[in-house]
Design a protein around this ligand. Structure first.
Ligand SMILES: *[C@@H]1O[C@H](CO)[C@@H](O)[C@H](O)[C@H]1NC(C)=O
Ligand SMILES: *[C@@H]1O[C@H](CO)[C@@H](O)[C@H](O)[C@H]1NC(C)=O
Ligand SMILES: *[C@@H]1O[C@H](CO)[C@@H](O)[C@H](O)[C@H]1NC(C)=O
Length: 476
């Protein structure tokens, strides 16, 4: 009684105050959003995979069914706890830039130099075991002509005998990754996925390093861009020739996502892939560039930081690039010194080297959104709505397009930034579910001869079509 009489407020008032404190605390957590929420966008009339069995019954299912069955992390409304110190997309993006995670997901790569038909070359890195990495002593002969013998730790050239005996008729699943701007096979965002696909699901894993990237010397005075899909197509054909019975999957990150999506759109029914995974792709380069160069943090921080390795690339490969008169003209006019932002680099170099007049023209033509309706390969898209580089909002991400397109499925997240998505334990959120999904897809679809894709013609989006000699539908 004594205690109670000492309370200067009635009990309900205390309860209310405590209730309010708890309520504000919860609100604070949500506002600071260390909780990620998935919105799964489905096609209104998705393609179905139909597997015929001996007794004549066909089982039909969609990619969404696979997700509901085996990948709870990608279900609509799925919540996950992210690193509580990374309170928004900027924090995730910066953290991804600062932490290299060199000790986690340690992988070893064997490198093959692929020569393209225009004389250019790039490196195709594949995961090899630690034993195979360390037990082989390379001779000078094994360093391909024109390449440096000093490549990064964890990667070695494949020997001539390894290369000449690599072809196989086996039916193992095979995945190829395309990295982001000036990245390589060493990127943590690739390794986290590949260590699982290789380790747990026994995929053969490849990374195509873009020309000049991953300590590969150029053999022609030409670099890369997000619209240039020839090298990727060439690498796919190369792998398909070596391993004709292996189903091929692909995953593209950031600008590599643009290359993958552009490839899928350009080749439509002729794509060599079973499934495409397009992650953190700047679908609309005009929009991304606008957001990027106008936002305070992005323009002062990311844009200049991302331009540094690109400028470095020009210096590293100067000997080759100076053979290109277009490059030299830009270089000698002092453009190199004027390059400070990503758009400057694309204005003076990327666009010019690929026959565009300026960055804006390259962005308009090169945007993979232009080709999205031509995709005829099952495609999983992952974008974060707070990605400052893609242009973080729901207009930067093909939501409407996905609902109209039977081949697309979009996993959009409320938090994650650009290729961040750090969970509470600093592992990347997509690594587990995406490797599960790809491997489930392989088990149920990609590895099966008796599974076909069912889609009604009338449900397909319009694409360029010539009707009575006139071009109708959207232009590519
Ligand atoms: C190899 O590369 C590393 C770093 O890229 C450098 O520190 C080292 O001096 C190089 N070694 C040789 C022999 O060129
Ligand atoms: C794969 O099969 C083809 C045709 O049966 C054969 O010619 C070729 O030698 C085989 N390749 C390997 C590496 O076994
Ligand atoms: C840009 O796109 C248009 C329309 O598709 C095309 O005609 C033009 O050749 C493209 N430009 C370049 C440099 O590829």
């Amino acid at each position: 009684m004594v205690q109670v009489s000492m309370l200067w407020m009635p009990l309900w008032a205390y309860l209310m105050i405590y209730g309010l404190i708890i309520f504000f605390f919860l609100e604070l957590i949500l506002a600071y959003s260390c909780i990620n929420r998935v919105t799964l966008v489905k096609a209104d009339k998705p393609i179905e995979f139909s597997s015929s069995s001996d007794d004549g019954k066909a089982e039909k299912f969609t990619l969404i069914d696979l997700i509901s069955e085996s990948v709870p992390e990608f279900k609509d409304g799925a919540l996950s706890l992210f690193n509580p110190f990374l309170i928004n997309g900027h924090a995730h993006t910066m953290f991804a830039g600062i932490r290299k995670f060199s000790r986690s997901d340690k992988l070893y790569f064997g490198r093959e130099i692929v020569k393209f038909s225009d004389g250019g070359s790039a490196s195709l890195d594949r995961i090899i075991s630690y034993d195979s990495y360390k037990d082989v002593t390379l001779t000078e002969e094994d360093t391909p002509k024109g390449q440096t013998s000093n490549i990064s730790q964890n990667t070695r050239y494949l020997t001539r005998s390894e290369l000449s005996t690599q072809a196989s008729n086996d039916t193992k699943p095979m995945i190829i990754a395309l990295h982001g701007l000036s990245g390589s096979s060493a990127e943590a965002y690739v390794r986290c996925l590949f260590s699982r696909l290789h380790g747990q699901h026994e995929f053969e894993c490849f990374v195509l390093n873009s020309r000049g990237c991953g300590q590969t010397r150029l053999s022609t005075p030409q670099l890369f861009n997000g619209y240039w899909t020839d090298d990727f197509r060439f690498a796919l054909k190369h792998l398909h020739q070596l391993f004709p019975n292996r189903p091929i999957y692909a995953v593209g990150f950031s600008l590599g996502g643009s290359i993958l999506a552009n490839y899928l759109g350009q080749y439509g029914d002729d794509s060599l892939l079973k499934l495409g995974c397009v992650i953190a792709n700047p679908w609309d380069l005009v929009h991304s560039s606008f957001c990027f160069e106008n936002d305070f943090i992005s323009s002062k921080l990311y844009s200049p930081i991302m331009t540094v390795p690109l400028k470095q690339l020009l210096i590293t490969h100067f000997e080759q690039l100076k053979e290109n008169p277009i490059f030299m003209e830009a270089y000698e006019s002092g453009s190199y010194d004027k390059v400070y932002k990503l758009k400057d680099f694309d204005d003076y170099f990327t666009s010019k080297l690929f026959g565009f007049n300026c960055a804006a023209e390259y962005y308009r033509n090169g945007s993979s959104l232009n080709r999205i309706f031509n995709i005829r390969t099952p495609t999983l898209i992952i974008n974060s709505l707070d990605d400052p580089i893609v242009g973080g909002s729901d207009i930067a991400v093909p939501i409407k397009e996905t609902t109209l397109h039977p081949y697309l499925t979009l996993v959009s997240t409320s938090l994650g930034g650009h290729l961040g998505w750090f969970k509470w334990d600093n592992t990347r959120w997509y690594a587990d579910p995406l490797s599960k999904l790809i491997s489930e897809f392989h088990d149920k679809v990609g590895s099966k001869d008796n599974v076909e894709i069912v889609v009604e013609e009338k449900n397909l989006p319009l694409v360029n079509k010539v009707v009575n000699g006139r071009l109708v539908g959207p232009f590519i």
